[in-house]
Ligand binder design. Sequence first.
Ligand code: SF4
Length: 236
Amino acid sequence: MISNSPSPPVPNAHEVLELLEGKYGPPNMIQGRMSPIDELIACILSQHTSDVNSFRAFDNLRAKYGSWEEVETADPEEIADTIRCGGLANSKSVRIQEVLRAIRQETGTLNLDCLSELSDTEARDWLLKLPGVGPKTAAIVLCFALGRPVIPVDTHVFRVAWRMGFIEKKIGEGKAHDVLQALISPEIIFRFHVALINHGRQTCKAPTPRCKGCIVNSYCRFHSQLESNVPVDVNS
Ligand code: SF4
């Protein structure tokens, strides 16, 4: 039977954040954890693998080579062997050297100190010109390394955001950065990012969200549709 449940209110990000932090606690990630160039290389290593494996690959790389200058000129096969535990080692070794060379070409150095002089938008646009750097990687560097009020949209953030009704799924992860950026207040954007990741990992899972008992289900469009017997898209 089709029920006539009312539509949920448009999610209020502050209220959602308060509830999520009440459940998962304050952010369990920190900003300023790495330099911008370290964060950028760590991002490349994190693609299509687990955090554990990518951190191990990053540590191996730092232990093997004394500087990014050494990585820039190293044998790509040797780099690949060093980061093998992170998966896709051959393509990642090539990508890392391409990025390092592009940074040197642009700045004459192998650091990203130039970003501190730029606005959030300018810095993002600068990063997006580097080979293989997309909106998520640019946002991670800005958010985590530079502490800018920018929201990286990973698979968890995207899934929770569209299920709850903050964004439409059809816009895709790339455009979701801009939409969420405009929607969420700068002063809570980092905490919001972390809270959605925690929620996506622990409750709003792909492909089966645990809606019953979800702390924010009264704010959630997906849950409202389920309750109203409206066909829903469960795919992440
Ligand atoms: S109610 Fe379900 S779909 Fe909505 S946020 Fe909670 S777990 Fe995710």
